[in-house]
Design a protein around this ligand. Structure first.
Ligand code: ADP
Ligand code: MG
Length: 696
């Protein structure tokens, strides 16, 4: 009898490197490998051979269609299916999939936002195979990861800039590693591990909340009496229904060759987390998109709804997507590993200082790249980092770095042993269990963890920004070191560079309580930006220093940045508009009739009494007052929303939405929540927070 091992199906749906090795003639496999290293472009014959093998592999598994899978600027994914079928000579169906089909597709994706990039010149957009990310099968379709580019070469997606940023950081990091000449390396890969948080709630209840359906979050609702006090949820036992869901999610992911590893309850009730093993940045970003999709579709199968919104419930923890990031050479050295051997230390310090400089120079960009409208509701409390960006290095490393800053130039002896004793890092505590959860950007042993990223966001932009700004800092360092020939000189000079960076950028280091008011005051003193509104971060994308850093590193051209900034404003405006429309609708069609019924209930009761009764009168008065407030605020929101009509520039509309409409939404919500507290269950027509948060 054969038994089925749980991992027998691992990678079954992935056209992985191993499958390529097995199914392709060796010279073709080698050519593909060379192309992934960007040493040579793929020729059409090679592409034909790969396409043929891919099709054969997929059809054996019952696949009939293929799609160029891409990541438009909306941050989600898109696909257009084509079947392999073609007419044969005698009216029979034959299958065909050519190298051309594999490499290039013409996506008629004109409905995707382009921020004007496609209107101005040529409407057509093309998808091109990203041969560094493996093809996979989902729902009987062969999905080919692609980038999406306009006729004249402008990037129309989130993936192409990410790939460019990976090239940029690889180039600059490689220069530095090779200066130290341990062994010549060819590439450095940014590695990324994404922890994904999400909520699960019962589907039937979800369907009764229009706000959840349309906006992904509750627009009203007051906290249950025990609130988040359901503390035993965290790492508590996983409910059986959720365990069955997670099992299926794991199985699906394993089939796709994704190493889904950890799963647990998160801090809030009904909140969970999944984290796969880290991978090269572009692959990790693809995998995260697949994970979000599989979470949603699998939840649906289990009669639940998966909420990926950053803040589905007010007063309850929000969800993030922790972006763990490191740099690993093609021969496997993690450049953020402090290392046991002293000579590795100075190189480690150089890379850490490059990150410090990058983050301190571009905090607004990072804040923007991690965020969206939803994330504003999450940042600054409940286990989420504040809106001020700072780096927590841990006390040991912070001390080492600060000592560099304090060293007077003359006090450094010109010999290497001083350098080594100063930076003996062999004892850097490896235990990261006590690390600071309030920090948006924390060094955790051998990687940085950027915790600001919102759960619904594509991780592409976050990593594009991170790679680019660090590439830029590394580039400057490499330029400064390139003329030194002797290793001792390089080390000495490196130490000087670290000292200088620390002098200029030490203000970004902070290991204390990021939630405290004292830190907000201190951060202000240090001149660190504290941008509480997402839309105020959008201009950072087109600021002169951002344009320079992206252009100089070959990641975005200026007009591509301008287009993206337009799209971000549009996205923001649309999100708020949908919320307004939804809240007005629910108010009018559902909450208001409930309140009126409640008033009628008490009036009828009062009238049926032999004489007036104070309790009933008071109750009716209170409800009538709420009705007035409700009605007034309903109209305030409606009119504030309409007030945007004469505005034409997205930036102005977004400003108005942010300053006028969002507060009006909040005020109406507050009144609704007050009504919820005063009304009987019978006349509160939607599931409450308590119902939702105990539903799985
Ligand atoms: P936490 O304690 O925050 O849950 P984990 O140690 O479980 O963190 O790791 C979280 C994520 O970080 C996982 O996806 C893991 O694979 C990833 N990770 C671990 N090491 C690295 C690294 N060197 N570079 C990038 N990601 C990493
Ligand atoms: Mg984490």
């Amino acid at each position: 009898m054969t038994t089925h091992h749980p991992f027998d199906d691992f990678g079954k749906h992935l056209f992985s490197e191993n499958v390529m090795k097995e199914t392709l003639p060796y010279p073709i496999y080698k050519k593909w490998k060379t192309a992934t290293r960007k040493d040579d472009a793929l020729d059409l014959n090679t592409a034909d051979a790969i396409a043929h093998a891919m099709k054969a592999w997929a059809m054996e598994k019952g696949v009939t269609h293929f799609t160029h899978w891409f990541q438009p600027m909306t941050g989600s994914t898109a696909e257009k299916h084509d079947s392999f079928v073609e007419p044969g000579e005698y009216a029979q169906a034959i299958s065909r999939f050519s190298g051309k089909n594999l490499i290039k597709g013409e996506g008629d994706a004109s409905s995707f936002p382009s921020g004007g990039l496609r209107a101005t010149f040529e409407a057509r957009g093309y998808t091109y195979w990203d041969c560094t990310s493996p093809a996979f099968i989902r729902d009987n379709v062969l999905c080919i990861p692609t980038i999406f580019v306009s006729y004249n070469g402008d990037t129309l997606d989130k993936k192409a800039p990410l790939l460019k940023s990976i090239d940029a950081i690889s180039k600059q990091a490689t220069r530095i590693v090779n200066l130290f000449k341990d062994k010549d390396i060819r590439q450095v890969h940014p590695m990324v591990g994404l922890e994904q948080e999400y909520f699960l709630i019962d589907k039937k209840l979800f369907e009764q909340r229009m706000d959840l359906q349309h906006c992904g979050r509750t627009l009203f609702g007051s906290m249950p009496p025990n609130g988040q006090g359901v503390a035993d949820h965290y790492f508590g036992s996983i409910p059986r229904r959720v365990a069955a869901f997670m099992k299926e999610v794991d199985e699906e992911l394993w089939k796709l060759g994704i190493y889904a590893k950890t799963e647990h309850n998160e801090a809030a009730p009904c909140q969970f987390e999944i984290a796969p093993l880290f991978a090269q940045a572009n692959i990790a970003v693809d995998q995260n998109q697949i994970i979000m999709d599989i979470l949603r579709t699998t939840a649906d199968k289990h009669e639940m709804s998966c909420l990926l919104h950053e803040k589905p419930f007010q007063g309850v923890n929000g969800s993030g997507k922790h972006n763990n990031w490191s740099l690993v050479t093609d021969d496997g050295q993690n450049l953020l590993e402090p290392g046991e051997r002293p000579h590795e230390n100075i190189r480690f310090l150089l890379f850490v200082c490059a990150v410090i400089k990058a983050v301190d120079t571009f905090p607004e960009l990072l804040r923007m790249a991690a965020s969206c409208y939803n994330n504003d509701y999450r940042l600054g409390g409940h286990e989420a980092p504040p809106a001020v960006i700072s780096i927590c290095m841990g006390s040991y490393l912070e001390d080492v770095l600060m000592r560099l800053d304090k060293q007077e130039k003359g006090s450094l002896k010109d010999n290497e042993s001083t350098a080594i004793s100063l930076v003996s890092l062999a004892d850097v505590p490896k235990d990261t269990s006590d690390r600071n959860r309030t920090s948006p950007f924390a060094f955790t042993g051998n990687k940085f963890e950027f915790r600001m990223v919102g759960s619904s966001r594509s991780a592409a932009t976050t990593n594009t920004v991170l790679n680019t700004i660090v590439a830029d800092a590394l580039g400057e360092i490499a330029d400064e070191l390139k003329d030194y020939k002797y290793i001792d000189d390089i080390r000495r000079q490196s130490l000087q560079i670290c000292r200088r960076i620390m002098k200029q950028h030490h203000r970004i280091l902070f290991s204390g309580d990021g939630y405290s008011q004292a830190w907000m005051i201190e951060a202000k003193k240090r001149g660190l930006p504290n941008i509480s509104c997402y839309i105020d971060t959008i201009p950072s994308l087109t600021a002169a220093k951002a344009v320079d850093v992206f252009q100089n590193n070959g990641v975005y051209k200026q007009h591509e940045l301008e287009a993206r900034s337009e799209i971000l404003y549009e996205e923001f405006i649309n999100s708020v508009r949908v919320e307004v429309k939804t809240l007005l609708d629910v108010s009018k069609k559902c909450l208001l009739p409930g309140l009126i019924k409640e008033i009628k209930f008490y009036s009828d009761a009062l009238q049926s009494l032999p004489k007036p009764h104070l309790f009933y009168e008071k109750k009716i008065n209170k409800l009538l007052k709420l009705l007035d407030k409700f009605n007034d605020q309903y109209h305030v929101l409606k009119h504030k929303n309409l007030d945007a009509r004469p505005l034409t520039a997205n930036r102005e509309i977004a400003r108005h939405m942010n300053d006028e409409v969002v507060p009006a939404l909040k005020s109406l919500r507050d009144i609704i929540d007050e009504i919820e507290e005063s009304i009987s269950y019978e006349n509160y027509p939607v599931p409450s927070y308590e119902d939702l948060l105990t539903s799985v």
